[in-house]
Design a protein around this ligand. Structure first.
Ligand code: RIB
Ligand code: CA
Length: 310
């Protein structure tokens, strides 16, 4: 089967970096057409540079990087530097990438790439605030319906929030953009905290990654150890959750997850519940959205280790 054409919109970011390493390690399965970056975990200049660093470490400078939005559509910017470190890549050594971004125009790139591809061929993985994607849909409303699928890391239902009691970070960081994307009519598969909290970076799993011995696998082990150390003191957590790589693991092996059809509304006003995702399983008929309810944590890590060992 031909590799699946894929664009990854991200805010690297420790777990975004692992998602990129996984995607880049599977050229026979995923045709990474481009990376678009957005401000989120850290500022827009850093997420763009970090995408170029990870791309170079993965030996995949064939994939162009386009820098996108430097802030959310409406609300004031909020970062997640406490979870990703000042550079956005935790413990990784930072260097000036040999190949830089193509341009600052990620949104026009997304519009052109989606409208110029045959309908139903492009998959879009979104692992940061959805500002670029929402902006592309505002410019070209037809784009949403031309996508094969949007695979999103974001939101929370039964798990509660991770940036506030009510909201998961990617949605909280740009709730207006998330509402636009969820209302776009595109086929969307959503990995919220309900699923990603079932995929934990235990010491044994981190050690298994490190034992692969390649620079990419060692980098992933160091990134996971950094997250484990940062999140060690969060009550109720037993190992840092593996958020963004779940989107790529799904594209490689869908049977690692279970889903329910749903409608998702986002709280875009208010103070206490801003960014909350109301995931409605009743009457989902009019929606093409699916919510991940179960994740096979062992299976996701086995997949990550297998692909990074190749
Ligand atoms: O809540 C987890 C999400 O927020 C991940 O995408 C992580 O990178 C941060 O952006
Ligand atoms: Ca992210």
């Amino acid at each position: 089967m031909a590799p699946k054409p894929l664009i990854i919109d991200c805010d690297p970011g420790v777990d975004d970096a692992i998602a990129l390493f996984l995607a880049f390690a599977c050229p026979d399965e995923l045709d990474v057409r481009a990376i678009t970056t957005v401000a989120g975990n850290v500022g827009g200049a850093l997420t763009a540079r970090n995408a170029c660093i990870i791309r170079e470490m993965a030996g995949r400078e064939d994939a162009p990087v386009f820098r996108g939005a430097d802030g959310p559509l409406v609300r004031e910017p909020v970062d997640a530097g406490e979870f990703h470190g000042a550079t956005g890549l935790g413990p990784l050594p930072i260097f000036e990438p040999a190949t830089s971004i193509v341009s600052d125009y990620a949104v026009p790139y997304l519009v052109d790439a989606i409208l110029n591809a045959p309908a139903g061929t492009i998959t879009l993985a979104v692992t940061g605030p959805m500002t670029n994607v929402a902006s592309a849909f505002e410019i070209a409303p037809d784009a949403a319906g031309r996508l094969r699928e949007i695979v999103v890391m974001g939101g929370a239902r039964s798990e509660g929030g991770n940036i506030t009691a009510s909201a998961e970070y990617n949605i909280y960081a740009d709730p207006h953009a998330a509402q636009i994307v969820f209302a776009s009519g595109a086929p969307i598969t959503v990995f919220g905290l309900d699923a990603t909290h079932q995929v934990r970076s235990t010491p044994a799993r981190i050690a298994a990654l490190r034992a692969i011995g390649t620079p990419q696998a060692r980098a992933c082990a160091e990134l996971l150890q950094f997250s484990a150390d940062v999140e060690r003191n969060i009550p109720g957590l037993h190992g840092a959750p593996l958020h963004d790589p779940c989107t790529i693991a799904y594209l490689l092996q869908p049977d690692l997850f279970d889903f329910l059809p749903c409608r998702i509304e986002v709280e875009t006003e208010g103070r206490v519940a801003l960014g909350h995702t109301a995931v409605e399983f009743r009457d989902p008929a009019a929606s093409r959205t699916r919510w991940a309810t179960r994740a096979d944590g062992d299976g996701v890590f086995s997949l990550l280790i297998d692909r990074l060992s190749r």
